[in-house]
Design a protein around this ligand. Structure first.
Ligand code: G3P
Ligand code: CA
Length: 268
């Protein structure tokens, strides 16, 4: 592909399907990711946790309670224990208007389950969650990606993006493979501000930032863009907010509604 068509070209606005098409289907399940792809999301976003026996699974929380019928910490359960859980019924109960009988009894997928399902037919935007709780998480992640030829020789640039709130986790990954595009996630409780020094530091290991969208303004976006960094705010679910952020110059965003964002980008 021409570089102008590259996924990482800042003029290519990325539709990042947050936990899959999680506005319509139970987050981090295969149907949620399949729907994201059908709705033309550019990336499926995957949060990683690690089981007691060292397997990487797709789950947002450190605990099983919210998105399965299990309880307790992921790190205290083996994969085979977690595979017995129902990761879909909670959604039907919480969102009766979106409920689907097919969601009942869905399994928690491992990262490898997801890669085996989609192969190279989609792009992956993967977050190392709580890396301080899971030593070795980064090595395992890179090994799986390498084994499946999603990174390294012959892989397409931008096929995988790795994101984290943890700078040490991103630095570790950068030291292992400097070719993987990394996004530094940022969480602001007040109006977002970023100094030139902070930006220069992030540029040493990352290709962009992912701030919470409510905290940023046009100046923030422009400052990031003038420094040649990508900016992917999270998690943007309303059309009006999507349009505003595109006007400000963001290069993509996370959304639970990849279909809505797809149309907003097309019409922009
Ligand atoms: O990764 C971007 C966004 O997903 C960060 O927030 O809590 O949804 O993982 P969270
Ligand atoms: Ca995430």
């Amino acid at each position: 592909a021409k570089s102008s068509q590259s996924l990482l070209n800042p003029n290519h606005i990325l539709d990042i399907s947050h936990r899959g098409a999680s506005g319509y289907a139970p987050e981090h399940t295969i149907p949620s990711y399949k729907l994201a792809k059908k709705q033309k999301g550019d990336y499926i976003e995957i949060d990683l946790q690690m089981t007691k026996d060292g397997k990487l699974i797709a789950m947002h929380d450190e605990t099983l309670d919210r998105t399965t019928n299990g309880t307790g910490m992921v790190k205290d359960h083996t994969l085979s224990e977690i595979k017995k859980l129902d990761a879909g019924s909670w959604f039907n109960k919480k969102y009766p208007e979106k409920a689907n009988p097919d969601y009942a009894g869905l399994k928690v997928p491992t990262l490898e389950d997801i890669i085996h399902t989609f192969g190279r037919s989609t792009n992956y935007y993967i977050e190392t969650k709580s890396p301080e709780v899971y030593p070795g998480m980064e090595e395992k992640l890179l090994n799986i990606l390498k084994k499946n030829k999603l990174i390294g020789p012959g892989s397409k640039s931008g096929k995988v993006i790795i994101e984290s709130f943890s700078k040490p986790s991103l630095m570790k990954i950068h030291a292992m493979d400097a070719d993987i595009p990394l996004i530094q996630l940022l969480s602001y409780s007040q109006k977002a501000k970023i100094s030139q020094k902070e930006i220069n530091d992030i540029k040493k290991y990352a290709v962009g930032v992912g701030p919470n969208y409510e905290a940023i303004d046009r100046d923030y976006v422009q400052k990031i863009r003038h420094n040649g960094l990508l900016i992917h705010p999270y998690t943007v679910n309303r059309k009006e907010d999507m349009k505003k952020l595109l006007d400000w110059g963001v290069t993509g965003m996370f959304t639970n509604y990849p279909d809505v964002l797809h149309h907003v980008i097309k019409d922009h």
